[in-house]
Design a protein around this ligand. Sequence first.
Ligand code: NAP
Length: 383
Amino acid sequence: MGGTFDPIHYGHLVAAEAVRSEYGIERVIFIPSGNPPHKVTKRVTNAERRYLMTELATVNNPYFYASRLETDRPGSTYTIDTVSEISRICDAGTELFFITGADAIFSILTWKDARLLLSMCAFIGVTRPGYNKSSLMEHIGNVNEQYEDRLKFLEVPALAISSTDIRRRAEFGKAIKYLLPEEVETYIKKHDLYRLDLKDFDKDNAIKYLSENLTEKRFLHTMNVAWEAVGIAERLGADKGKAYIAGLLHDCAKDVGQTPEAFKDIGVETYDGAFPQLSHGPLGAKIARELGVNDEDILNAITYHSTGRKEMSLLEKITFVADAVEPGRPEDAQREIRAALDQDINGAVVSALKRKFEYCARKGQSVHPLGREALSYYESLKN
Ligand code: NAP
């Protein structure tokens, strides 16, 4: 059974048991995904932690095993390599099934060595209640015509539980009890895996402000940047709560009138007539203050998120990079900046600045001096 398992929950365990009994399967090996090639643009908890949670969840069932196969494999992890390894260690003639979420079944023909993979094992897509089964069945029917009934599906009511929902609950301290094994819950709490400490910041009020003052598209971008910033902060050991607030509010002034008068009215003196499109940074910091943010680091992250500057704090860099790599940005830019981020955050800042400059060139806009200064500063750090 493959999946991200971020975290593993009762839905996965019930699904495994249901498939086991339906197909008379001897044992189920749970394989948390390593670095799936298609996940390069998504935030995922580190593989070791996901493996440990899977181990904790499965250890009490004699038919269940947790595997490190993908946890330990460097580089991109493809299911063909995993299934080949499993097939190698099984007795000759062992019949293999690959169980996973039904979404994956739709893309299966695009996976590496799909034809070979389908010859090595059958695939069972498990669906949650409410899943659009008719298009899934049509897809399965089409593939099965060519591949000898290698695709199957099973509806599992317990999959009403989802990892995304559990993460969202845990992030804001809501109960996750009874959604996943107690040992996994304890692990999540002990390692503060998903929790965000927002101190006394009133996020609901801020989100209400954003939903009333931003366009729908910008609101979505904003939420993406907030979560992206949390993911980067987590990887770098920075304060996830602050990263969330800075990401959430970075564009809070983007859709309000940005005239010199508007700036004067609220007492912001940094209106830059030559770069009106960049003035929402300082104006945003002013609005953030009104929304209850007093932390100077967060306010600076908002002020400079659009231009960047030399000697940014870690939080400023995280906000700057998160803005450039959120899932709504062009995929090639995301890949490039994320690859740099895998090395270090300063390289990611350089990459994001260069992308920004290219964008300015395409739009016929000049680059803000703070940005130019930032690029030469961070490039000099690389050398
Ligand atoms: P995912 O992002 O974890 O999950 C996508 C959706 O399917 C989510 O709704 C998820 O619910 C559900 N899901 C995933 N695994 C599940 C499971 N075992 N049981 C029940 N529901 C499950 O996973 P994914 O990216 O679709 O990948 C699934 C598997 O396919 C992984 O093993 C991955 O490595 C493999 N894969 C391989 C390739 C390739 O080789 N090229 C390409 C794509 C996928 P929850 O969030 O609640 O789990």
